[in-house]
Design a protein around this ligand. Sequence first.
Ligand code: GUN
Length: 320
Amino acid sequence: MLAKLSLQQKFRKGPLPIYGKIRFPDNPPFPYFFLSMSAKILDGNALARSLRADYKSRAALLSAQGVKPGLAVVLVGENPASQVYVRNKVNACLEAGFHSEKILYPADVAPRVVFERIAALNADPAIHGILVQLPLPPQFDSGAVLEAIAPEKDVDGFHAENVGALVQGQPRFIPCTPYGIMKFLESAGVDPDGKEAVVIGRSNIVGKPMALLLTAANATVTVCHSRTPDLAAHTRRADILVAAIGKARFVTADMVKPGATVIDVGMNRLPDGKLCGDVDFDAVREIAGAITPVPGGVGPMTITMLLANTLEAAERAAEQ
Ligand code: GUN
């Protein structure tokens, strides 16, 4: 043990770190120096910028042929987080040279009014993508709203027909957050093939499609959630760990395998007003091989993939 610690000390400056409940294996000799590495920070803003530049030029080409990509975003109510998301989505469209419409309704709007508007958007040739921001107020059956969107304009990929296509490995639209995460892995040179991937969270928006995409990329995938016993026993096996559980700093350093790629989907507001993810970033970055920050990680990539899906919908429409 002493010999190993002195090996570690050769590679680090300053005092030895404390790694929570991690048990250090003695046999085979554990590469302690590895623990002192700080993770590569995966910059979502930079990756989003380069992808959006490409989408902008594709949109310009398409517009020159008379088809300007168009996205309609429907927001019901005044949920502050949803208002920010919708504003960011519309602005990203405008910056990429897309046509974009923001359609706002009060929280107590009759569902019939929204269904009629969706039907009109389905028939509008200037609109290639329709997004209804979730969650919806309680008078709505969210599933019925998502089914009302024409599948070929469902740029969220939430319509049952598009979910089915994704399950069958023939996606028409890949849901934006897991799509952005796959792009992150690709740009970081992390190939899921043969890796252990653990997804925390089983939502229709992130957890389930994420598990499907990682499986399609040949990872061995475990989906954990609020009822999973000994969740840390699963997360410690993960070469790729995706945290989408909606609890501030839920993933602590002792839950992470040294060298793992950690993707943080969380966006939580702390009592002091600051934003933080589902991962204890400051501690986990000392253990992980690569990690996404919050903000500036998955968020900008989600919006970027919405642009990608809208552009693709417009390109398909132009081919017809
Ligand atoms: N609410 C939170 N994330 C999403 C998303 O990706 N799409 C929609 N429509 N609503 C959301």
